[in-house]
Write a protein that binds this ligand. Structure first.
Ligand code: SF4
Length: 186
């Protein structure tokens, strides 16, 4: 059987490591990554995450597309104080973009590395991806990758990838009490 051309939305290198390992062990996929995360602030943090994704693409020998967009004003003006609405918007813009790109570029299917993280709202991500697969007529490859999260993160740590200390947006930065959180002034 020919391999399925799969466009994988990559939220970060640690999450993508586990997802790519799982998909490679399943077999049957020709994987291309898409790094598109306008939720990440500030740009220094985005650069750190993106650079690890570039290293990951070499380590895994997969092509990764990059799409940079900064939306700080939108976040500050429209989404402060409402986590549920904020995260829904955040997942939607990223998943919609990957599905649209998959359709335009002739991929057979799309998925997202967000589905591996126990820190994300898995069901919300799944629901949004199922809706956009209908909107664009391109298959959403659903898997619950969460059992592979720890293994992928350990592998990412061994490879020296950047391990972020907050989810990505300015609000999650404020909410994170990680001891090693970088110091940023927004
Ligand atoms: S907490 Fe994470 S998922 Fe929610 S809006 Fe912020 S960056 Fe996006």
């Amino acid at each position: 059987m020919p391999e399925k051309k799969l466009l994988l939305h990559i939220c970060c290198a640690p999450c993508a490591t586990g997802v790519i390992n799982k998909l490679k062990s399943d077999g049957g996929f020709d994987i291309t990554g898409l790094y598109y995360n306008p939720n990440i602030h500030p740009s220094a943090e985005n650069e750190a995450r993106k650079n690890s994704v570039i290293t990951l693409s070499k380590d895994e020998n997969i092509r990764v597309l990059h799409d940079d967009l900064i939306m700080l004003d939108y976040w500050k003006e429209n989404l402060e104080g409402d986590k549920d609405r904020r995260c829904r918007f955040c997942y939607s813009i990223r998943i919609d973009h990957v599905a649209k790109t998959a359709k335009e570029m002739g991929f057979d299917a799309f998925t997202t590395s967000l589905l591996i993280s126990p820190w994300q709202d898995h069901e919300k991500i799944r629901e949004i991806a199922e809706a956009v697969q209908k909107k664009y007529g391109v298959l959403f490859l659903y898997q619950d990758f969460r059992p592979f999260y720890r293994e992928g993160k350990n592998e990412a740590w061994k490879r020296g990838y950047y391990l972020q200390k907050y989810c990505g947006c300015v609000f999650s930065y404020s909410e994170s009490d990680h001891k090693k959180k970088p110091v940023y002034n927004f």
